[in-house]
Design a protein around this ligand. Structure first.
Ligand code: IMP
Length: 190
């Protein structure tokens, strides 16, 4: 585990091995649940791209992939639920079995917004897989259909998750303790 931003303290939460095992299990479960159907994955950028890249290779179905780019703004390590679309879907999801792929469910504000937006486009079905779930932080009553790991109320980085756009390349999921001068100036990005 290297720390590309050494002034902030990071500590290991989930190892690469543990994540890979869980991603394999999620892929098997999704494969079983959607047997005989075509699955359309919608990755929520930017946080979910690493997870999606691993997950899709463990789904043994006819799969298509699209991405929705969003930025949710908030001070430091909290998201405000104000969502800006930075990249729309390339193709229509009408009539498709859609599985949205999220990095983390925190307050639920972001996915509440996305669920409304995606449902309005009339998919045949709409489900959510989230690698991480900070269930105790929930403000909106959203639940993922598939969850990798339920974690405590900690700010985490790595495996696609960022702090001020950094740390996405860490292979493990780590807890970040920002230095006092760094806290509050970064954007909780997607
Ligand atoms: P929510 O709207 O509070 O559910 O937050 C959703 C988004 O906030 C996630 O998709 C992440 O982009 C970001 N986020 C929430 N918690 C964390 C974290 O611990 N690390 C990195 N990003 C986070």
């Amino acid at each position: 585990m290297n720390n590309p931003e050494s002034k902030n303290k990071i500590e290991l939460l989930l190892t690469e091995e543990k994540i890979m095992q869980r991603v394999r299990d999620l892929g098997a479960q999704i494969t079983a649940d959607y047997q005989g159907r075509r699955l359309h994955l919608v990755g929520i950028l930017k946080g979910a791209w690493v997870f999606l890249a691993d997950l899709v290779r463990h789904i043994d179905l006819e799969v298509t992939v699209d991405f929705l780019g969003i930025a949710s703004y908030g001070a430091g390590t909290t998201s405000s639920g104000q969502v800006k679309i930075t990249k729309d879907l390339d193709q229509s999801i009408e009539g498709l079995d859609v599985l949205a792929v999220e990095d983390i469910l925190d307050t639920g504000l972001t996915f509440t917004y996305l669920h409304k937006m995606l449902s309005a486009r009339k998919p045949k079905s709409l489900k959510l897989v989230a690698l991480l779930d900070k269930a105790e932080r929930r403000i909106k009553p959203v639940q993922a259909d598939y969850v990798g790991f339920t974690i405590p109320d900690l700010f985490v980085v790595g495996y696609g998750l960022d702090y001020g756009q950094k740390y996405r390349q860490l292979r493990d999921v780590c807890v970040l303790h920002p230095t006092p001068e760094d806290a509050g100036i970064a954007t909780a990005g997607q």
